[in-house]
Write a protein that binds this ligand. Structure first.
Ligand code: NAD
Length: 508
């Protein structure tokens, strides 16, 4: 941790940090103390004081007050403030990236990559701030004009997962801001320091602007603040990223009060490799998608479906490639796999491997805990059958199930036979196979790729998944519409009052 000392200082991280910001830092928030752990060593990095119910309530009140002013600020002016945040992130890219590496164990290029994603989101949102278009619709009545417009919604509650501790905040915050909505952020308990650092960077960007209360932070030890958000009618939208279990709970609470939930939940992503594929390309993509980020991406490849004729050779090459993955301190050059996030994840992985054996799966490679401090494991390759119940579950660790099929139809059926529906891919050089995979009879996921792995999406596309993944869409395309309320307007510029559908109602 000594190597990070300067980084922490430059990002404003102290030994004890306030975890509540609402226009100013709350010096002594009334919740408990949360210790941030370096997963590479198991050692504490620093402590964060978390929010009490009172802290949370006053944070929501500040966000409501900010909304009153922000909603009438023209969107391109809002974009200017997001542009400033993007510039500040550019300045702190390396330091914030290193903090991601320190706190959640991502390798250095991925830590910085996350910050690049934040910068890209800011740029995207700035452009969007001049493009929040509505439609003009043909009216059936003479001398009437009908159109749609989009208005700000209100303060947005943003709940994030540990594995994208900063990027997912920006997916929400950048869009919400240009749409006219302040944000209150509840980060994952495993990554409180990156959240504090992001808040510091945002504060620098907005200092003296009068908009210091646009982005708030409310850290809790566990799920508490997230549960308060889900039940809180003052937050018309709660955007929640995390496991399917979390999504079920948040989704039920938000829909119970008839609010809006944007859910980005667990994946169980599959790749089909056809016998026509460029196997060198497929191999490189499979290794990154399955073992990259230590298997802790929502888009991590978990199920590999190989056509029989190429299966044996592909598995042999895959094992050889896995053997060459350097595992170790995530900031060291050449290391491709850092630690899992915590002891619970290690236990979860080892238990899943026991279950795999009980269900007659065969561990072909890896799966052992590495004997050193911190939470390091070997990535595992498992020979599996689609009817093994564990194959339907997302174990958030690097376990890759390898299965075989004869035909593309069989492969697609196998691919779609799980509850989650986030990311998917096919490797093929056949146009027919590729198009079939992308057709309505093909992949049932929110993301479907050809000759690209399941992970590593660009921000320009809408990101999210179907089925138990929750149906939410964030980042690019028209994901912005989630942060606004739609209003359909009709103007009569004539002197008659014709009714729609030819209804007559004369009172003269
Ligand atoms: P998690 O579900 O344990 O926690 C996610 C966040 O939700 C945390 O901030 C947590 O405190 C909060 N939370 C948990 N239970 C809650 C509840 N009942 N009410 C309100 N808030 C609650 O997930 P995690 O372990 O941090 O992250 C890994 C999971 O997230 C995986 O399932 C992964 O696939 C998923 N994920 C999905 C996406 C996506 O975009 N689809 C992105 C990243 C991670």
């Amino acid at each position: 941790m000594a190597v990070f000392h300067d980084v922490l200082q430059r990002l404003g991280i102290e030994e004890v940090n306030s975890g509540v910001y609402r226009g100013e830092w709350v010096e002594q928030p009334g919740g408990g103390e949360l210790v941030s752990i370096d997963p590479s060593t198991g050692e504490p990095i620093a402590r964060v004081l978390t929010a009490s119910r009172d802290d949370y309530d006053s944070s929501v009140e500040r966000a409501q007050a900010a909304f009153e002013r922000w909603r009438v600020t023209p969107p391109p002016v809002r974009g200017e403030f997001v542009r400033r945040i993007g510039l500040a992130l550019r300045e702190h890219k390396r330091d914030l990236g290193r903090l991601v590496t320190l706190e959640v164990g991502k390798i250095a290029s991925e830590g910085e990559g996350e910050v690049q994603e934040m910068i890209d989101m800011c740029d995207f949102a700035v452009g969007l701030s001049r493009q929040l278009y509505g439609l003009t619709i043909a009216s059936e009545r003479p001398r009437h004009r009908m159109f749609e417009q989009w208005h700000p919604l209100g303060p947005v509650g943003v709940i994030t997962a540990f594995n994208f501790p900063v990027a997912v905040w920006s997916w929400n915050a950048a869009l919400a801001a240009v749409c006219g909505d302040p944000c209150l952020w509840k980060p994952a308990p495993q990554a409180p320091l990156t959240a504090v650092a992001v808040q510091h960077i945002v504060n620098c960007a907005l200092a003296g602007s009068g908009w210091e209360d646009l982005f708030g932070l409310c850290i809790s030890e566990g799920a508490t603040v997230g549960q308060w958000m889900a039940a809180d009618r003052r937050l018309p939208l709660v955007s929640a990223t995390g496991s399917c279990g979390m999504g079920r709970s948040v989704g039920a609470a938000v829909s119970g009060r008839l609010g809006r939930a944007l859910l980005e939940l667990g994946g169980n992503n599959g790749v089909i490799v056809s016998e026509t594929a460029d196997l060198d390309l497929a191999l490189r993509a499979v290794v990154f998608a399955a073992a990259g980020t230590a298997g802790q991406r929502c888009t991590t490849l978990r199920r590999l479906i190989l056509q029989h004729s190429i299966a044996a050779e592909f598995v042999e090459r895959l094992i050889a490639a896995y053997k060459s993955i350097r595992i170790g301190d995530p900031w060291e050059a050449g290391v491709l796999m850092g630690p899992l996030i915590d002891e619970r994840s290690i236990v979860g992985m080892l238990q899943a491997l026991d279950t795999i054996r009980d269900q007659d799966g065969e561990v072909l490679y890896g799966g052992r805990r590495i004997d050193r401090p911190g939470y390091f494991v070997e990535p595992a390759i498992v020979r599996a059958r689609p009817d093994m119940p564990i194959v339907g579950c997302e174990t958030f660790a690097p376990i890759l199930y390898v299965m075989e099929c004869d035909t593309l139809e069989e492969a697609i059926a196998m691919h779609n036979a799980v509850d989650q529906g986030l990311s998917s891919a096919i490797f093929t050089d056949s146009v027919r196979e590729a198009e079939r995979f992308l057709s309505p009879e093909g992949s049932d996921c929110g993301i479907a790729n050809v000759n690209i792995g399941t992970s590593g999406a660009e921000i320009g596309g809408a990101f999210g998944g179907e089925k138990d993944t929750g149906g939410g869409r964030e980042a690019g395309s028209d994901a912005w519409t989630a942060y606004l309320r739609r209003q359909t307007c009709t103007i009569n510029y004539g002197h008659d009052l014709p009714l729609a559908q030819g209804v007559e109602f004369d009172v003269s």
